[in-house]
Design a protein around this ligand. Structure first.
Ligand code: NAD
Ligand code: WQD
Length: 342
């Protein structure tokens, strides 16, 4: 006998940066949700704030997706209609030094999740993939049909999980969405939730914000000799709120009876250079971001941006936020929460 017969969504990694923003969108769209998170890179406080923002409640299970027992327990308690799967380790550099940890957490964790989903006859999943699956793209903008490859162990976990999800679709009852994120940035406009890196940030926007705050001395701009507009790397930055809205659309697409596997690029379709980002951040927030030009970072590509046409057409989804919104919202979150959630 189930404790809850009403249909719920299971959101793995829902306490994290993107997951917490997704919880808001799913709650506002009327879904009942259960979050499972082991808090290895997040804080439960994010979920308290999600509930404050939405004035709706969610259920939280402190647990690891590598733990089959806990998965079986929650799948027996709840009637899940689908899983939105964010849980995973995501630091590219760390994955090079700890590949087995990444394979274990991301791949084995997903295998356990899929196994329990199958046993419970829950065959709908929206998976957080990444533009990293395109490796070093030969052409731009990047389309979903481009060849895929891995340039680091983190990227390999995404490739392998994508392939596993494709293979399970031999069973025609599976409905799978692969959402390939470009560079998610920004924060909820309330300033209550945002990205809260545990260590020194790797990604550009959290680093810029912490330099502006004075927590870090200066930004290292990794190379100004790329064949780009000003020599610095160009990326497709997408506001996290636009990004998570596409998850609701992707679930609706699967719910409309579209079985099998579907991949969508989630990006704006336009690239900005590192210096353009720094300039916009300084100008809009009226704050200085000291920086120096340093050597290129190993593994970086000059330019990367999406062709989001497939998502625009099939999901009936468009990004709405501007670069300005991304800069202002990132800073609001950082200023209001100088030590993150702690
Ligand atoms: P995040 O670290 O903020 O969120 C991941 C969440 O998963 C965290 O709350 C963490 O505690 C949890 N988690 C990790 N392993 C777990 C496990 N074994 N069991 C239970 N919970 C676990 O990262 P994010 O930026 O919100 O990323 C979410 C997803 O999106 C990840 O899969 C990531 O690889 C993917 N992604 C992120 C980006 C990005 O730039 N942020 C880009 C592309 C793809
Ligand atoms: C953006 C630009 C840097 C930091 C990574 C992952 C990718 C995906 C998104 C998960 C680049 C430059 C950065 C700094 C800098 N994550 N930069 N100084 O590398 O495009 O993508 O996050 O799936 O897989 O690889 O993002 O934010 O690290 O870098 O000059 O201190 O900023 O060189 O041009 P990236 P990023």
């Amino acid at each position: 006998m189930r404790s809850y017969d009403k249909a719920h969504l299971l959101i793995t990694g829902g306490a994290g940066y993107i997951g917490s923003h997704a919880c808001i969108e799913f709650l506002n769209a009327g879904y009942d949700i259960v979050v499972i998170d082991n808090l290895c890179n997040s804080s439960q406080e994010s979920l308290n704030r999600v509930q404050k923002i939405t004035n709706k409640s969610l259920k939280f299970v402190y647990g690891d997706i590598c733990d089959v027992k806990i998965l079986k327990k929650i799948f027996s308690e709840y009637n899940f209609e689908a899983v939105i799967h964010f849980a995973g380790l995501k630091a590219v550099g760390q994955s090079v030094n700890k590949p087995i940890e990444y394979f274990n957490n991301n791949i084995i964790g997903t295998i356990h999740l899929l196994q329990v989903m199958q046993e419970s006859n829950v065959k709908k999943i929206v998976f957080s993939s990444s533009a990293t699956v395109y490796g070093k793209p030969e052409k731009l903008p990047i389309k979903e049909t481009f060849p895929r490859s891995a340039t680091n162990p983190y990227g390999r976990t995404k490739l392998i999980i994508e392939d596993m999800l494709k293979d399970i679709c031999v069973d025609k009852l599976w409905h799978v969405a692969l959402l390939r994120y470009f560079n998610p940035v920004g924060a909820h406009s309330s300033g209550l939730i945002g990205e809260d890196p545990r260590d020194i940030p790797n990604n550009l926007l959290p680093y810029v914000s912490q330099v502006a705050l004075g927590k870090l001395k200066r930004l290292s701009v990794y190379g100004n000799d790329y064949p780009t507009i000003d020599g610095t790397g160009v990326r497709d930055y997408i506001h996290v709120v636009d990004l998570v809205k596409a998850h609701v659309k992707a679930l609706e697409y699967l719910n409309a009876g579209n079985a099998g596997i579907h991949a969508w690029n989630l990006g704006v379709g336009k690239g900005y250079s590192v210096l353009q980002v720094v300039d916009a951040f300084e100008r809009l927030n009226k704050i200085k971001v000291p920086y120096e030009i340093t050597a290129r970072r190993k593994g970086d590509v000059a330019e990367c941006y999406a062709d989001p046409t497939k998502a625009n057409n099939e999901l009936i989804w468009q990004t709405e936020k501007t670069l300005e919104d991304m800069m202002v919202d990132s800073w609001r979150w950082q200023v209001n929460n100088p030590t993150g959630y702690s």
